[in-house]
Design a binder for this molecule. Structure first.
Ligand code: CP
Length: 329
């Protein structure tokens, strides 16, 4: 197994081999055990991670920052208003300067058509690894934490399991497409039969769909797109109903929210959970719109693994940080 991950950027799981991703998961399990035992694991002593958040975050911000502390280093919690980015400083200059001060740069930038390009521009000029904490296209740390959770819940036996990522209605805000896109890319590679369900206006990016189809072909699994939530849930082992914007239909926020209102019945409730396999799990990356995307009975019920899922973000991110910012010189 390839063990030289020091210095590697993590922008999408697509750019990492299966073996490299398995290595991250192996380390994540080791770190999870050490964390549970209270055993120090200061693999990044005196190292600094610069975190740049262009949007709000609860899980990503706190798991990365806590993770750096537990690894013996420190994370700077930065937002554009604290940086000269707010005065238009170029990504190249920000990247080159932060590279001189520390050992890693992590970025969340979900602006549609901008976020991924910004992260790639920083990565181009950075001499330290760059981590994608969510962009307009990908949320690779979420997908990797989700894969870890699914492997735990199904004793690492994923082949033949039906994984469903479904659109669901949420009135709170227009959520990015990055979670469903990262999920269809990753779960097809790891041997699950993947079903993507959404109303017609909520398509994902065509190039991502093409990559997911190719991943499925290579892995010898199914990948299908349906427009019926009940049909998708039928016999599913993993259901992951969440909202995203109609960004391939309109980039106008109000218009997207108006389209979404036609589909308020796309909710994960107990009736729909009864359509799934008896040992099925309910997943959500959070934040969830309770009462809209999912009922309290489901998210707080016996199928739900949402808090294990949130916890695993910490372990996979620590593994990524330790391998890419530390590791074998
Ligand atoms: N799931 C997730 O990325 O949560 P935050 O937006 O709170 O970081």
């Amino acid at each position: 197994m390839h063990s030289l991950l020091r210095g590697k950027h993590f922008i999408t799981t697509q750019e990492w081999t299966r073996e490299e991703l398995e290595m991250v998961l192996d380390v994540a399990w080791d770190l999870k055990k050490l964390f549970a035992l209270g055993v120090p694991h200061r693999y990044l002593q005196d190292k600094t991670l610069f975190m740049m958040f262009f949007e709000q975050s609860t899980r990503t911000r706190n798991s990365f920052e806590a993770g750096m502390t537990q690894l013996g280093g420190h994370a700077h919690d930065l937002t554009p208003d604290k940086l000269q980015i707010s005065h238009g400083e170029a990504a190249k200059d920000t990247a080159m300067v932060l590279s001189r001060y520390g050992h890693g740069i992590a970025i969340r930038n979900c602006f549609f058509g901008i976020g991924n390009k910004y992260i790639r521009e920083v990565a181009k000029w950075s001499s330290v690894p760059v981590f994608n904490m969510q962009c307009d296209i990908y949320h690779p740390c979420q997908a990797l934490g989700d894969l870890m959770t699914i492997k735990e819940k199904f004793s690492n036996e994923l082949r033949g399991r039906k994984f469903v990522i479904s659109w669901a209605y949420a009135p709170s805000y227009m959520k990015p497409m990055s979670v469903p896109q990262s999920l269809i890319l990753l779960m097809t590679r790891f041997g699950m039969d993947v079903t993507l369900a959404h109303p017609p206006e909520f398509k994902l990016m065509p190039e991502i769909l093409k990559q997911a189809e190719e991943n499925a072909r290579q892995a010898g699994v199914k990948f299908e797109v349906v427009h019926d939530m009940d049909a998708a849930f039928e016999g599913a082992h993993v259901v992951y109903p969440k909202s995203w914007g109609a960004l391939m239909t309109t980039q106008d926020k109000d218009e997207s929210m108006a389209i979404a209102k036609k589909y308020t019945d796309w909710i994960c409730d107990e009736r729909r959970m009864k359509l799934t396999a008896t040992d099925s799990i309910y997943m959500h990356c959070l934040p969830a719109d309770r009462g809209y995307e999912v009922t309290d009975e489901v998210i707080d019920g016996p199928h739900s693994v949402v808090f294990d899922e949130a916890e695993n973000r910490l372990h996979v991110e620590k593994a990524l940080l330790a391998l890419c910012m530390g590791g074998r010189p």
